[in-house]
Design a protein around this ligand. Structure first.
Ligand SMILES: Cc1cc2nc3c(=O)[nH]c(=O)nc-3n(C[C@H](O)[C@H](O)[C@H](O)COP(=O)(O)OP(=O)(O)OC[C@H]3O[C@@H](n4cnc5c(N)ncnc54)[C@H](O)[C@@H]3O)c2cc1C
Length: 457
C-alpha cells in the first residue's frame, strides 16, 4: 500500500481504509481475463459508506494529485476497475441504500446495490428493473451505470442508459453534482446524465442513481432451438426479426460454446450441434402463444430440435446454462474474450469470420452473445506457456475488431473499453472526435486523476 496516502486517509476516514494487506489485495484485480496486479504495486483501498466519505477521498486526491479508481463489484471484463500503482481504489460496495417510489415508478439507489438485489426490491412492488447483465447477481448498479451495461433482455428492454433518469456524482476536488431529473420527461439543457453513463469512472464517482422502473412482466417462457449448422442458427436469428412481438431474450451459443457449458456441468444442452438459440417471451397474457410462434419460426428456419420449457423451473434451468458460460470458458483455460457489436443482419457474417480468423491463427474459438442485438462475445483460447500462441490470440483479437468495423459495427457493445480496448479507441473515433472527448473529460477532471489510462489509454 502507498503508506503516506493510506495513513492520511485512515486519519481522515477512520474505519474506512483497508489496512490489512491481504484484504486490500482482494481489491487489486477485476474479472479481466488477463488481469494481474502490477508487480510490487502499491495502492490504498477506501470502502466509502456515504457521499461524504467519497468527497473526502476526492478532495484529498485532487490536493495530492493521486489517481483514483472508482470500484463497484470488480466484474469488469476489460480491466477497467483493477488497482493502478499509487492509486486510491474507491470502493462503493457498502453504499447499498434502496428506495422505491411505486407511484413514480422510480428507484433511488446507492451505487453498491447489486443489480439482482434491485430487481428483487422492485419486484416486491410489482415493478421491474430490466437491465440484466449475465453477471446480475454479482455486479453493482454503480458499475452498470459506469459501463452502460447491457445483458440478456436488451433486445426488448434496452440497456442501462434507457433507465437512468438522474445521477448524483462527486467530482475530483469533492464537489457534488446532480444531473438529470426525476420526472418522466425533461429537456432542460444538455444531457449530462447520458455523459456519465458509460464513462467508466473517468469523470467522477457516482454516489446515487435515480432509475426508471417498469411494471413486472409475466414470468418468461423459454424456447431452446438446436441447429445442425451455424448457418441455420443464424437463419433462426433472422426469422425471429420477422416476428411481430419482440422476444424478451435471444441468446446464441455456437457448438463449441455449448460443449464448453456441458463440460462444466450438465445443463441439458446437446453436444456436437451447429448452434443453439435460447428465446424467451414475457408478454403479459401472451407468453405461451409467443413461444409457440417462435418455435414454429425456428423450425421453419432449420432447427433440428425445438423444446419449449413448460414452466419457470425448466426455463430457469435452461437460462442457467447460458449464465454459467463465462465460468465455463474460464475453466477451459487462458482466453481473450471480445465484445463487438454489429448490425443484427450482419451477425451471421461476423460469426463465420470469427471461425475463419481462429483457423488462420491456429486457435480454438467459441462464439456466443446477445444475438437479438448483434452483440457477439467471440473467445480465443491460447496456451499461456507459448509466446507464439499468445501473440496469435492478440492478432486474432485485432482481426475481429477490424471485421466488426468492416460490417458497420463497433469495438464494444456493452463491456466498455477499459484498459483492454483502449488501443483501438482512437481508430474507431478518429482524431477529431477523440480530441472533443478528451476536452469534455478535462472539464470534469482537469487534473486527469480519474481512472487514468482506462478508455483513452
Ligand atoms: C460472468 C460475467 C458476465 C457478464 N455479463 C455481462 C453482460 O451480460 N452484459 C454486460 O454489459 N456486462 C457483463 N459483464 C461485465 C460486468 O459485469 C459489467 O461491466 C458490470 O456493469 C460491472 O459492474 P461492477 O459493479 O462489477 O463494476 P466494476 O467492475 O467494479 O467497475 C466497472 C467500471 O465502472 C466504474 N465504476 C464502478 N463503480 C463506479 C461508481 N460508483 N462511480 C463511477 N464509476 C464506477 C469502474 O471504475 C470501472 O470503470 C459480465 C461480467 C462477468 C464476470
Amino acid at each position: 500500500m502507498a503508506a503516506s496516502t493510506t495513513e492520511a486517509l485512515d486519519r481522515l476516514l477512520p474505519g474506512r481504509v483497508v489496512t490489512d494487506p491481504d484484504v486490500a489485495a482482494g481489491y487489486a484485480v477485476d474479472a479481466y481475463p488477463q488481469a494481474a496486479a502490477a508487480p510490487g504495486s502499491t495502492f490504498t483501498v477506501v470502502r466509502a459508506r456515504s457521499r461524504a466519505d467519497v468527497q473526502v477521498v476526492l478532495r484529498y486526491a485532487a490536493q495530492h494529485r493521486v489517481p483514483v479508481v472508482p470500484q463497484g463489484a470488480r466484474t469488469s471484463t476489460t480491466g477497467a476497475a483493477g488497482a493502478l500503482p499509487g492509486s486510491v481504489v474507491l470502493s462503493t460496495e457498502q453504499m447499498t441504500s434502496v428506495r422505491i417510489d411505486p407511484v413514480e415508478r422510480l428507484a433511488v439507489v446507492g451505487p453498491g446495490v447489486l443489480n439482482a438485489d434491485l430487481k428483487a426490491a422492485a419486484a416486491e412492488h410489482g415493478l421491474a428493473y430490466p437491465p440484466d447483465p449475465a453477471s446480475s447477481s454479482m455486479c453493482s448498479i454503480g458499475g452498470n451505470v459506469a459501463t452502460n451495461a447491457g445483458g440478456l433482455c436488451c433486445v426488448k428492454y434496452g440497456v442501462t442508459a434507457d433507465y437512468v433518469r438522474g445521477l448524483e456524482v462527486v467530482l475530483p476536488g469533492g464537489e457534488v453534482m446532480r444531473t438529470g431529473r426525476r420526472t418522466a420527461k425533461g429537456v432542460a439543457g444538455y444531457d449530462l446524465t447520458g455523459l456519465f453513463v458509460g464513462s467508466e469512472g473517468t469523470l467522477g464517482v457516482v454516489t446515487e442513481a435515480v432509475l426508471r422502473l417498469v411494471p413486472l412482466g409475466d414470468p418468461p417462457l423459454t424456447v431452446l432451438a438446436v441447429f445442425p449448422s451455424l448457418a441455420a442458427t443464424m437463419a433462426g436469428v433472422t426469422a425471429l426479426r420477422e416476428s411481430r412481438h419482440t422476444p424478451s431474450l435471444v441468446e446464441l451459443l455456437d457448438g463449441p460454446s455449448v460443449d464448453a457449458v456441458q463440460d462444466y456441468g450438465d445443463y441439458g444442452f446437446p453436444r456436437g450441434s451447429g448452434g443453439v438459440l435460447l428465446v424467451q417471451s414475457d408478454r403479459p397474457g401472451h407468453a405461451a402463444e409467443d413461444v409457440e410462434a417462435y418455435a414454429a419460426a425456428l423450425t421453419a428456419a432449420g432447427a433440428a430440435e425445438v423444446a419449449v420449457a413448460e414452466d419457470r423451473t425448466e426455463a430457469d434451468l435452461l437460462l442457467e446454462g447460458r449464465r454459467v458460460l463465462n465460468p465455463a470458458l474460464q475453466a477451459r483455460g487462458p482466453r481473450f474474450i471480445e465484445d463487438v457489436c454489429v448490425p443484427v443482419g450482419r451477425l451471421g457474417e461476423l460469426v463465420a469470420q470469427v471461425h475463419v480468423i481462429a483457423e488462420r491463427h491456429g486457435l480454438e474459438a467459441t462464439c456466443s452473445g446477445h444475438a437479438g442485438d448483434g452483440n457477439l462475445h467471440p473467445c480465443f483460447f491460447y496456451d499461456a506457456d507459448e509466446r507464439a500462441s499468445l501473440a496469435a490470440a492478440r492478432r486474432a483479437f485485432d482481426d475481429v475488431v477490424r471485421a466488426a468495423w468492416a460490417l458497420g459495427g463497433t469495438l464494444t457493445g456493452e463491456h466498455g473499453v477499459g484498459a483492454q480496448k483502449a488501443p483501438w479507441l482512437r481508430e474507431e473515433l478518429g482524431e477529431a472526435e477523440l480530441a472533443r472527448q478528451l476536452a469534455v473529460k478535462a472539464v470534469f477532471d482537469p487534473l486527469g486523476i480519474m481512472n487514468p489510462g482506462r478508455v483513452y489509454g
